[in-house]
Design a protein around this ligand. Structure first.
Ligand code: ZN
Ligand code: ZN
Length: 311
């Protein structure tokens, strides 16, 4: 079976929401997990609009605690109570996240009716189960702690048919081969042959996705985006606003393309766009001259990564 990792961009604006762009929020679906990276103001509306399933194993990853990445949390969690969704929620965020939740719950007089785990991290492997691992790393932005995340999804083993083994066992080509390929035992000359005797597990490559969070281009980002399948990168400003990017500790689209080029990742998607963009197409063209496999995030954009395309 081929497992896929599905990324959906929900909110792709910088701090100020725009007509067609809302504050930061991206989701990843993998097996029975949903990961949400940041929850800006419209997060729960977008989650409902794009029918993102959140009743399964849910992880919320916060890159930092600026309002445009967190203000949607309370609405989303309150609705969870109303909808009586009881499954556990794991929140991962920088130091200060527990305090943030404490005051948020206190101010809204809110008590979650579901299990809530909060993990604070400054930059290390936080979780590594059989299905995926999450690593946080520090980046350069203007809140006290700013993180990027590198998420590695582990493959299932994909069984492949070994024709040499089948011929050696004297299994005639055709229907019986097909049966084994489909996972059913067969009989040849009264002898039972199990699929496991002919099929071989073929382990495919992992899928890796890195989120830059809000940041200036920095070495830790390049390191953690090295050869990943997908880099989602801060490109708050168009190329001509480098001074502003330096002042507010964000990246221009050209700087983000240089990060992708240095990291030699497979593809980069730019996001967190400010209102300073006047012509997205020409900005993208300039970025593509630096790193070809570049694209712009937009609300509802889906990227599906699968293991077999990685072999
Ligand atoms: Zn932001
Ligand atoms: Zn920020």
């Amino acid at each position: 079976m081929t497992e896929t990792v599905e990324v959906v961009f929900l909110g792709t604006a910088a701090s100020l929401p725009q007509k067609n762009r809302k504050q930061s929020c991206t989701t990843i679906k993998f097996k029975d997990y949903t990961l949400i990276i940041d929850m800006g103001e419209s997060a729960q509306n977008l989650i409902r609009e794009y029918q993102i399933k959140t009743s399964n194993k849910l992880f919320i990853l916060l890159t930092h605690l600026h309002a445009d990445h967190t203000i949607g949390l309370i609405g989303f969690l309150s609705s969870r109570n109303l909808l009586k969704i009881n499954s556990k929620v794991t929140v991962i965020g920088p130091p200060g996240t527990r305090r943030f939740f404490y005051f948020m719950f206190l101010s809204f007089n809110f008590l979650p009716k579901f299990e809530l785990e909060i993990i604070e991290t400054e930059g290390e492997i936080i979780l590594n189960n059989l299905d995926f691992s999450i690593k946080s790393f520090p980046v350069k932005h203007s809140s006290p702690f700013n993180l990027g995340y590198k998420i590695t999804f582990y493959p299932s083993s994909i069984a492949t048919f070994n024709p040499e083994k089948a011929e050696k066992k004297g299994i005639p080509k055709g229907v019986l081969w097909k049966k084994l390929q489909d996972g059913f035992p067969i009989e040849v000359d009264g002898k039972k042959i199990l699929p496991s005797e002919i099929l071989e597990p073929k382990i495919s490559k992992e899928i890796q996705i890195t989120f830059s969070g809000d940041t200036r281009p920095c070495e830790t980002l390049v390191e953690n985006a090295r050869e990943v399948d997908l880099l989602v990168c801060d490109a708050t400003y168009p190329e001509e606003c480098e001074d502003r990017a330096k002042e507010f500790l964000h990246s221009t689209i050209e700087e983000a393309a240089i990060v992708a080029q240095k990291a030699n990742c497979k593809q980069v998607v730019f996001t967190h766009f400010s209102e300073f963009y006047t012509d997205f197409e020409s900005s993208l063209e300039k970025a593509k001259a630096i790193f070809e496999n570049s694209s712009l995030a937009e609300e509802g954009k889906r990227i599906i990564l699968d293991y077999t395309s990685n072999l």
